[in-house]
Design a binder for this molecule. Structure first.
Ligand SMILES: O=P(O)(O)OC[C@H]1O[C@H](OP(=O)(O)O)[C@H](O)[C@@H]1O
Ligand SMILES: Nc1ccnc(=O)[nH]1
Length: 507
């Protein structure tokens, strides 16, 4: 059936039809249509929204991002037909039924995720099926390769190219802000691409965005790395493994990180930037992605095997994940803490130790430090101020203000202090509750939102001492977080009553 075109400024590759027209061509809301521009010899598939009033009969609304594939002008005519279901839906169904996907099937699903042929619900079905039924090592390799193949890759003329990645899951994990400048300051190249928050309240891309832009095309990532040795950018904006960011978009609200997707997400980003030496941080502990050391070792073996299959040398470090890294959660608060360390502050111990240990492993792998000497070399690069200088160069080349200091950043203006209800020791600090509270406060979208943990697990507190401070950019968010904290009980002081259950008979 022929339709006249109307351009609509909606930011996805969809189309809008009048309900009566939709019925005529036998499609329903959410189905796919084939749109053919015969004049230009172009055609595209789109998901269709239907409406009884927002568009006239005989007209099709083309959402602007779809038009590059069609090349039509307002008022011109296109042919519209109902389209076949994409083949990848059959593969998703196979995964839901517990089957294993072949290489070409995985590539097709990935491609359809990238070009938005699959609807959000269909992508979520793929993630959920993989989350429940798992991906084996072959499927994980296929997914990783497919993620690389459907995006851009970097090609450096020199080696080694070093990279680092954390699987996440532990709050406050701002270590990349120290590790990348340390490695680059040693003269190595580290084109670091990070995700935004997945299960947490601030991914490295969210943090870096506080001090510099993080969205660059792949060619710029390469140019900037060649120039200053390192960058910290958002993988989702680079078209480096673009399927990854699409998948994360649907994982984020569910706070899940499906195992196979996670391995592929990390390793595809490493492979696409051309890294050949890779350090992986696996935080281990209750309430993280990896519950114990046993499981951590298994995951480390999976990363190493995947690395071998993809021609990358991978070393893994299992790190302590029971407690947050440093004392802060949320973009501005975390950047402040990391910057203070780069500026010479000797605390927090957990942040410095972890960053230097992981940077040290990379320096040893790349031959910049002898066996067992990596930590000391990394420490020297930090203490000498070379890492700070490098971080400023990285900020500057990404378009931020290199003069930024820890003191020049201010977190959210709305604050609330949680105090110790009595004397005692902090015996529990729940990662997941802290993350939920930080998200409720607005983190990571509100950069000033977050939580400062004054007293970590094991600390002695006196009644009235501050244990947590909540920060929010918006007052209503602070109120919601205070209410959430009442039920979540993120911190427990020894001897504290968790809940009082009155005997109803006597009320
Ligand atoms: O939100 P959760 O799941 O905790 O973790 C996600 C974070 O972990 C990784 O950190 P990095 O890039 O190695 O610093 C990702 O890139 C992302 O920033
Ligand atoms: N799934 C992921 C976990 C951690 N980092 C990532 O980039 N992706």
């Amino acid at each position: 059936m022929k339709f006249s075109v109307k351009m609509i400024d909606i930011a996805n590759k969809g189309a809008l039809l009048h309900t009566a027209d939709a019925r005529k061509i036998r499609v329903r809301d959410g189905d796919r249509v084939q749109i053919i521009n015969e004049e230009a010899g172009k055609n595209a598939q789109a998901h269709v929204d239907t409406t009884g009033s927002l568009i006239e009969q005989g007209t099709i609304g083309i959402y602007r991002p779809l038009n590059p594939f069609l090349g039509v002008n307002e008022g011109e005519e296109v042919e519209v037909r109902c389209a076949d279901r994409p083949r990848s839906l059959t593969h998703i169904r196979k995964k839901m039924d517990g089957g294993r996907l072949a290489k070409d099937e995985m590539l097709q699903v990935t491609r359809d995720i990238v070009d938005e042929t699959l609807a959000p619900g269909e992508v979520t079905a793929f993630i959920t099926a993989s989350y429940i039924n798992g991906l084996d090592m072959d499927e994980t390799e296929y997914l990783t390769r497919a993620m690389v193949e459907t995006g851009d890759s970097l090609q450096f003329g020199t080696r080694p190219i070093v990279d680092k990645h954390s699987i996440g899951g532990v709050p406050g994990n701002k270590i990349s802000l120290l590790i990348v400048p340390i490695i680059a300051a040693s003269g190595l190249k580290i084109p670091k691409t990070s995700s935004r928050a997945i299960t947490g309240a601030g991914g490295t891309a969210d943090l870096m965005e506080v001090v510099a832009p993080v969205a660059f095309p792949a060619s710029e990532v390469q140019r900037m790395t060649e120039k200053v040795g390192g960058v910290i950018v958002w993988g989702g904006a680079t078209n480096i493994a673009p399927a990854d960011d699409r998948i994360i978009t649907y994982e984020y609200p569910l706070k899940i990180d499906a195992r196979g997707q996670m391995l592929a997400s990390v390793m595809a980003k490493k492979m696409a930037v051309g890294a050949n030496l890779v350090v992986i941080d696996i935080p281990v502990g209750r309430y993280t992605k990896v519950a114990d050391v046993q499981e951590g070792r298994k995951m480390a073996r999976e990363f190493m095997e995947l690395g071998e299959r993809l021609n990358m040398r991978v070393e893994c470090a299992l790190s302590y994940g029971e407690s947050l890294v440093g004392h802060t959660i949320g973009p501005i608060l975390e950047v402040q803490e990391a910057l203070a360390v780069l500026e010479g502050k000797r605390e927090p111990h957990s942040l410095i130790q972890k960053s230097l240990s992981l940077a040290g492993i990379a320096l040893e792998m790349a031959g910049k430090a002898g066996p067992g000497q990596g930590f000391a070399v990394a420490e020297d690069l930090l203490r000498s101020g070379k890492a700070l200088e490098k971080f400023r160069q990285i900020i500057e080349i990404q378009g931020g203000d290199p003069g930024v200091t820890a003191d020049s950043l201010t977190p959210g203006e709305h604050q609330f202090v949680v105090r110790a209800p009595q004397d005692g020791y902090v015996i529990e600090l729940h990662n997941r509750s802290l993350i939920t509270i930080a998200r409720t406060l607005g983190s990571p979208q509100d950069a000033g939102a977050g939580v400062v943990v004054h007293s970590k697990k094991g600390s002695r507190v006196r009644q009235g001492d501050p244990i947590l401070t909540f920060y929010a950019d918006r007052a209503w968010r602070l109120q919601s977080a205070i209410e959430a904290a009442r039920t979540l009980m993120p911190v427990v002081v020894e001897g504290m009553i968790l809940e009082r259950l009155p005997s109803e008979r006597w009320i």
